[in-house]
Design a binder for this molecule. Structure first.
Ligand code: ADP
Ligand code: ASP
Ligand code: MG
Length: 618
């Protein structure tokens, strides 16, 4: 007999008819000899309806009252599903988050789980009952006298389910939903999406954080940290679904479940060399030709960074293994010469036209004396202060950051190789990692041989913020991102560019990043004073952007993945506004009105389409 946690999403319990179907399915699982805990979401879109009710009363509802309101949605579905089970003769009992002992932080509307005390739940299971638990909610203190109802953030029922599976030591956790499994991308946007046979936790963490709404990223984080087998499958069929594979996890305390240790690894790569093309034209196709030429030489590229444009030019920097520097540099120079040639003939054609902001000639810069230092850990998702802490730690150690690139679960900084020891010592101390735990920068998951690209995701809820001319000295990034963290603003995709400008005799670089659109104006206001102290230009905000990403743990071993993605965008005349990469993903920022076209182009470029369209219920 195994203990199984099954979670049913909103569509799956969207009507009384569907609730009865879910009850049948749960009863069948019990009849197969299992103990079952069921976690359910609110019916259909009822959480959205509750949000709309609040908005009709006030623009600025208190978050405590919002939680009080939103948590009611799940209470409707747990009681109805329990009635449906009882009507089938299956003993069952519904329980709220508080009743099953889910204790969270006091942050309303986005609380993280601190601990779970499942004794009451276990007692009910031992009496042969199915326990039906309200997802998405908890209580802010273990003390019944003063507890508050909290919610975990939209989509949080997945997190409730996996957290309960971890606390109960369940055999596995099933996320039952309206699609047959995890697909190569969102089938609502790309009907040709096909189902993945399996995916690693690291890949799924990236996909979920980059916009694949099928799983809440925090659910994947808990599954990874506690080694919980997790499967996403259809609520209506017996098809096997898609397993999210995790490495076996060592014993881990249930205390501080979602807050302990945001960083669990520090990586150092001394074998990197950097190449930057400065002032290349900001138009579709440039990145594609550069990385196409590099791929033709079969040279693997590691980090790729393209920051914000300046005038009508851009910089693209990337790193390769040091032994490949010569070849990669020659390729970059050849492209640079071709671009300069094109530019000269372009300028000749337009000799009589005024060209404001016309770019200077491009040039190629290389540096073999760099090291990449990275912090990695699933716990940094949505936790604003972690990147800031890294930058502060490097600044305190007097280490200047030359380039920054982030993914959802990793922040990498390029630093001078002579400063790398100091950088690592400082980071190990800051994040309490023993230097013996230093992880080599190797493929993110060696469980299976992963394909170069597993899936593609789109995030349209981000805004791009750019700060030009930040003084190029230790501590600047730390100050900026610490301040944002103090305002609880989560930052994504931080990019510090290669371009270095002298402003009034001071060397400066640009820093660009993305935040949730809802936070962009707050970020601008929060930074205004600091930026004027630093003598930087104003912060530019662009909300008309979308982030399209490809994810695959196998891409590090294969040359040409970036080139293929950039070419697919260039073929559709889609300009790339910013690029950031990690070992397992490449993200490009594009104009929002080209978002879906970009997603489809990239999905097609990697041959991810299936034979049959996936049916998506209304
Ligand atoms: P639930 O209510 O069951 O939690 P969600 O709406 O949160 O369901 O998640 C399922 C939906 O996620 C699917 O209907 C699909 O439109 C969307 N989706 C986005 N990206 C993916 C993906 N990569 N694989 C599967 N579904 C995806
Ligand atoms: N009902 C909540 C929401 O709509 C939680 C969930 O469905 O996961 O966000
Ligand atoms: Mg969901």
């Amino acid at each position: 007999m195994a203990l199984v946690v099954q979670k049913y999403g909103g569509t799956s319990v969207g009507s009384t008819e569907r609730i009865r179907q879910v009850a049948q399915r749960v009863a069948k699982t019990v009849a197969e000899g299992h103990q079952v805990v069921v976690v359910v979401s609110a019916m259909g879109k009822s959480t959205d309806d509750l949000v709309a009710l609040a908005a009709a009363i006030t623009d600025n509802p208190s978050t405590r009252e919002l939680d009080m309101l939103l948590s009611t949605g799940e209470q409707v579905s747990i009681s109805l599903l329990t009635m449906a089970l009882q009507a089938l003769g299956q003993p069952a009992r519904s329980m709220t988050g508080a009743q099953v002992g889910i204790v969270t932080e006091a942050h309303h509307t986005r609380a993280r789980i601190l601990s779970i005390n499942p004794e009451r739940l276990r007692a009910a299971l031992d009496q042969g009952e199915v326990v039906v638990v309200a997802g998405f909610q908890g209580m802010s203190s273990g003390n019944a006298a003063d507890f508050e109802i909290t919610t975990l953030g939209r989509g949080g029922s997945d997190t409730s389910a996996v957290a309960l599976a971890a606390a109960l030591g369940a055999h596995h956790c099933e996320i039952c939903t309206d699609v047959p499994g995890i697909l190569t991308t969102d089938p609502r946007l790309v009907p040709e999406a096909s189902q993945m046979a399996e995916v690693t936790c690291d890949e799924m963490l990236e996909l979920a954080s980059l916009g694949a709404s099928v799983l809440h990223p925090r659910a994947v984080e808990i599954a990874r940290n506690y080694g919980i087998p997790l499967v996403v499958r259809s609520s209506w069929t017996d098809q096997p679904g898609t397993w999210v594979r995790s490495r076996p996890a060592g014993p881990r305390s249930l205390e501080g479940m979602e807050i302990a240790r945001p960083v669990d690894g520090i990586e150092l790569d001394l074998n990197q060399a950097k190449i930057a093309l400065l002032q290349v034209p900001d138009r579709p196709g440039v990145a594609a030709s550069l990385f196409g030429a590099i791929a033709e030489q079969s040279l693997p590229v590691d980090l790729i960074i393209q920051s914000i444009y300046e005038g009508n030019a851009n910089d693209i920097a990337f790193t390769v293994q040091r032994e490949n520097l010569g070849e990669a540099e020659a390729t970059a120079i050849a492209l640079y010469e071709q671009l300069s040639q094109e530019q000269r003939s372009h300028q000749e054609q337009r000799a009589h036209q005024e060209q404001p902001g016309s770019p200077a000639q491009p040039s190629v810069v290389t540096d073999a004396r760099i090291a990449k230092v990275s912090i990695a850990g699933a716990g940094m998702i949505g936790r604003p202060g972690v990147a800031a802490q890294m930058f502060q730690s490097l600044s305190d150690a007097g280490v200047n950051i030359q380039m920054i690139s982030t993914s959802e679960v990793k922040v990498s900084c390029l630093v001078d190789v002579d400063q790398s020891d100091r950088a690592i010592t400082a980071l190990c101390k800051t994040f309490d990692i023993h230097s013996s735990n230093l992880a080599p920068a190797e493929p993110a998951d060696s469980l299976v041989t992963p394909p170069p690209v597993r899936g593609v995701a789109l995030d349209r809820a981000q805004a791009q913020l750019a700060i030009r001319h930040v003084p190029d000295r230790p501590g600047m990034a730390a100050r900026i991102f610490t301040l944002l963290a103090q305002h609880q603003i989560s930052v994504d995709m931080i990019i510090q560019s290669q371009r270095c400008r002298q402003i009034n005799g001071i060397a400066t670089r640009d820093i660009a990043f993305t935040t949730a659109q809802a936070d962009a104006l707050r970020a601008q206001a929060a930074l205004a004073e600091l930026l004027s102290q630093m003598g930087c230009a104003e912060l530019e905000v662009n909300s008309q952007v979308a982030k399209v990403s490809v994810v695959g743990a196998g891409m590090v071993q294969v040359a040409g993945v970036a080139a293929r993605m950039f070419q697919a965008l260039a073929d559709r005349q889609i300009n790339i506004q910013m690029i950031a990469t990690s070992e397992i993903k490449i993200s490009c920022l594009v104009a929002d009105d080209q978002a879906v076209a970009a997603l489809r182009a990239v999905h097609a470029a990697f041959d991810l389409a299936g034979d049959r369209a996936i049916e998506v219920p209304a």
